[in-house]
Design a protein around this ligand. Sequence first.
Ligand SMILES: Cc1cc2nc3c(=O)[nH]c(=O)nc-3n(C[C@H](O)[C@H](O)[C@H](O)COP(=O)(O)OP(=O)(O)OC[C@H]3O[C@@H](n4cnc5c(N)ncnc54)[C@H](O)[C@@H]3O)c2cc1C
Length: 273
Amino acid sequence: MAQALILQVVQSFQLNELYQRVILTGAGLERLPENSAALHIKLFFKRPGQQQLSLHLLAKNRHQRQTDQQNTLTEPLSDELKPSSRTYSIRHYDRANNLLTVDFVLHADPGIACTWAKTALKGDQVGLAGPGPMRMCNLEARAFLLIGDASSLPAIMAVIDQLPLQAKVQVVIELPKGHLPFIDCKRVSNINWHWLEQTFTPQTVLLPLIKSLALSLPETSVAIASEHKTVLCLRQYFRSLCIDKNYLYCVPYWRHRQNEETYHDARHRVMDS
Ligand SMILES: Cc1cc2nc3c(=O)[nH]c(=O)nc-3n(C[C@H](O)[C@H](O)[C@H](O)COP(=O)(O)OP(=O)(O)OC[C@H]3O[C@@H](n4cnc5c(N)ncnc54)[C@H](O)[C@@H]3O)c2cc1C
């Protein structure tokens, strides 16, 4: 990923019970490519007790190192100064006004990122690296199956708005118990939405539903972006159908009862396997 940027909060507001929308701006954001919606980014947050986002120190340090002939500011950041990082998706980038929108799930067991989003005030700082290049869908496909949960719904809705209008789109979303379907995309035609309660037992309801969908697999791009266990279960199913790997996106977005620090390495092992 390209060099990290420091962004400022322009606005933060609750979209509904499940999401906090944060709108960010900052110098350097213009590097986001066209069609950046749904690409993933890394966000960096202050550690608890830190006065200042250390990325800011890092950026200042880097800048001074570039201009300082003596090269006296070459100290690397110590571990306590390193920021916490989380992965999010670009919901929307408004190039004309240089505004980046990110939707944060307000999950029941709050972590660094969702707490930061909920309490973010105008002018607060956050670091950004990315975006990463991986796309959820293969745009050469004629049909699309997008399977996710609250964490991937912002990216899924961003993707839906980019798909060709004639493409047949099926969307399967698991939401925590008691939460109502939430659709916030421009495209409305040619989409079948399926909403389920998230139970972390994908074999019971989710997998049978997926098996019941009439899919023309060679022509369908399948994206699975959800909780760890669901992704593993569905990946195994689609691999058993010998789906072309260029038509399958499988990324675990989080893991039940683990935070990003404890899950990070395991996620990368899942993605490498
Ligand atoms: C490519 C990619 C794109 C992503 N895009 C988005 C996005 O646009 N919006 C978004 O909200 N998330 C997104 N995520 C998921 C997000 O990175 C994780 O949910 C992250 O763990 C949240 O950090 P946190 O500090 O709030 O919670 P953590 O400190 O990581 O976790 C604290 C506790 O909350 C639980 N938890 C974490 N996430 C959730 C959740 N979604 N639902 C229920 N419980 C949870 C954990 O199991 C843990 O018990 C994305 C992940 C990936 C890999």
